[in-house]
Structure formats: structure tokens, C-alpha cells
Design a binder for this molecule. Structure first.
Ligand SMILES: Cc1cc2nc3c(=O)[nH]c(=O)nc-3n(C[C@H](O)[C@H](O)[C@H](O)COP(=O)(O)O)c2cc1C
Length: 317
């Protein structure tokens, strides 16, 4: 992400799985890589009811339903996945404020008045994410300085917070101009933007800027596995799908067999479902089994052709 800032964009680091101390260390590490502005990003709601402390029985049931896939991959069923730490958003947010990035961006909700007030006092710009016009209005009322209007074309999670994600599936083309009309703060368009034409379209729709995710995920500098980047760049991804199968929250990935076969399976709430799926994902990734892993992607990845952040940024100009 420092490469994005160094190339003139606003690099953004997703810190929602980090402890407060790790957030501070990460910000210090980023500052060694860039002197330019960057954003730190958190999830206001980072677990669903029962998702942070699933019963061993529930985990075991989900784990058991994956047994046939482990058999197919030719490995013994691994031990029950570990329950990982889920950090308190308020404590994470205090660490972000202490780190003082230029921008504190967030998804899945609106931070408290206290957090918003601290950011305002320190001049940290607050950018909240909306999947509907109602969410954009709520973010403006809650003190956001800018709204990221995230259309359902986007890769990764649907960060809805007022209605169910399934009932908040506006496309970028529709969402951006309606948000731009409904609120008085800048709108940043996100979802399905993969090249300069997409950026121009976003600006024409009333956005002040564009946010790209999948295109950067495909670059060499990203932390994504080589196989994942190769799939995004080989021009063949024409079907993605929204599913709760991989994490328990609705998210867009390359459509595959796992999404289809587990469509009706009882899933765990976020992040327990993610913990249950991780061992399978890791083995499938090692074996190159794209049918059994999560390959996060927005709808426009077949347009991607830029392998370095610099070449991508130059192509967006
Ligand atoms: C793998 C992946 C992880 C993401 N994680 C986050 C996140 O933690 N926080 C966030 O605000 N947005 C996250 N996003 C969304 C991006 O910031 C961006 O809005 C989105 O990817 C734009 O749509 P696109 O994928 O079509 O470019 C993620 C996207 C992807 C593909």
C-alpha cells in the first residue's frame, strides 16, 4: 500500500484484524516506506452475534461438513481451527488516532461521537463506507468527512450496516450519483472500477475520487498469493458471486464449486465461518485448487493488465 501512496494515490491499510499495538507498529512501518499521506482502515462492527465465541460444537459441525473436501485433496482432516482474537473496535480506533494517518476510513458502521470528535481535533479525515443512499446520509450525519459509495460490483465484503447486505445491493452506476445528490460531502466511488475509463465515469457521476481494490490486489506488490494474482490477471474471470460461505458475511469472490455446493449449508456467523474455512483454503491454495478456495475479486477483474502499482497508477491518469 505504501507503493500506492508513493505513486500519488492514497494507499490504504486494512487493519481490522490487528491488535491496537500492532496497528501502531504497522503505521510506523508504513512511515518507513512512504512520507506521503495514507489511510488506515477498520471495521466498526468486526463480528456478528455468536461469531467471536462460537461453541466448539458449532465449529466441529462446520468443520465436519468440509471433511469430504479434505479427503478429495488427499489429506487428513486437520484439527479444529483455532478461535482467533477479535479486538474491540474502540481500542483499535484509539490506536489509529494515536497513529494519526491522514485518513481513517471505515466500513460496517459509524464510529462513536467521541472517536469522530478526536479525529476532527487532530485533523484526521474520516471516510465512511456506504452501500445505500440511506447509509451515506447517516455517515454524513455521523460526522464523516467523505463517503465511499461502494457498489455491489466490488470485490470482498459488502459492508452494509443499516439493512442486510443482501437487501443493499446497489450498483456503482446507480449509487454514486444518488449519494452525490443526497449529501454535501465528497463521494468516493468504489466497485467495478478497473481502468481510466472507470475513473472518468465515476467523476462524471459526481464522485470526487475513485477507490480501487481488486486492481491493486492483482499487483506484484500486494500480499495476495501468486496464484490469486495470476487468476485476476489472466483475463478469464467473467463470473464472480456474492456469498457468505467463505466468512459468514456476504462477500464477492470468483464463482466456484465451494460457493455452489455449500449454498444451502448452515453457516457460522462472522468471523467463526472464516476460521472454519481457513484450513481448507490453505490446503486448496497450496494444491492450486481454485474450486475449493476463496479468490476475492470484483466484477471487473478480466479488464486488469497492470502488474506493478506504478504501471496501474500511470494507466489510471
Ligand atoms: C480482498 C479484499 C479485501 C478488502 N478489504 C477491505 C477492508 O478491509 N476495508 C475496506 O474498507 N474495504 C476493503 N475492500 C474493498 C476495497 O477497499 C474497495 O472498496 C473495493 O475493492 C472496490 O471495488 P473493486 O474490487 O471492484 O475495485 C476489500 C476488497 C478486496 C478485494
Amino acid at each position: 500500500m505504501a507503493a500506492v501512496s508513493n505513486a500519488g494515490g492514497l494507499g490504504s491499510f486494512g487493519a481490522h484484524r490487528l491488535s491496537p499495538s500492532a496497528i501502531l507498529e504497522t503505521a510506523a512501518a508504513i512511515r518507513k516506506l512512504t512520507t506521503r499521506p495514507f489511510a488506515l482502515n477498520l471495521w466498526v462492527s468486526n463480528h456478528d452475534q455468536g461469531g467471536a465465541h462460537p461453541s466448539g460444537e458449532a465449529l466441529m459441525r462446520m468443520h465436519g461438513s468440509l471433511q469430504r473436501y479434505f479427503q478429495e485433496l488427499g489429506i487428513a482432516v486437520p484439527p479444529l481451527p483455532e478461535k482467533k482474537a477479535v479486538y474491540d473496535f474502540e481500542e483499535q480506533a484509539r490506536a489509529v488516532i494515536e497513529a494519526r494517518p491522514a485518513v481513517f476510513s471505515f466500513v460496517f458502521g459509524i464510529p462513536s461521537r467521541e472517536i469522530v470528535g478526536s479525529c476532527k481535533r487532530l485533523g484526521i479525515i474520516l471516510a465512511g463506507t456506504a452501500t445505500t443512499v440511506d447509509e451515506a446520509v447517516a455517515l454524513e450525519q455521523g460526522g464523516a468527512d467523505a463517503v465511499i459509495a461502494s457498489g455491489m460490483e466490488a470485490g470482498g465484503h459488502r459492508p452494509s450496516f443499516l439493512d442486510a447486505a443482501e437487501d443493499s445491493l446497489e450498483g456503482t452506476m446507480s449509487l454514486v450519483p444518488q449519494c452525490a445528490r443526497a449529501i454535501g460531502i465528497p463521494v468516493i466511488a468504489a466497485g467495478g472500477i478497473a481502468d481510466a475509463r472507470g475513473v472518468v465515469a465515476a467523476l462524471n457521476l459526481g464522485a470526487q475520487a475513485a477507490q480501487l481494490g481488486t486492481a491493486f490486489l492483482a499487483c506484484n506488490e500486494s500480499g495476495a498469493p501468486a496464484l490469486h494474482r495470476e487468476i485476476l490477471l489472466n483475463g478469464t474471470v467473467h463470473r464472480t458471486a456474492l456469498s457468505r460461505v467463505f466468512t459468514g458475511r456476504l462477500a464477492r469472490a470468483v464463482r466456484n464449486r465451494l460457493q455452489d455446493e455449500l449454498r444451502a449449508a448452515p453457516l457460522l456467523p462472522y468471523p467463526a465461518q472464516l476460521w472454519a474455512m481457513t484450513p481448507l483454503h490453505e490446503v486448496a491454495l497450496k494444491q492450486g485448487r481454485v474450486d475449493l478456495m476463496s479468490v476475492w475479486s470484483g466484477q471487473s477483474s478480466s479488464l486488469l493488465q497492470w502488474r506493478s502499482v506504478d504501471s496501474l497508477m500511470a494507466a489510471l491518469d
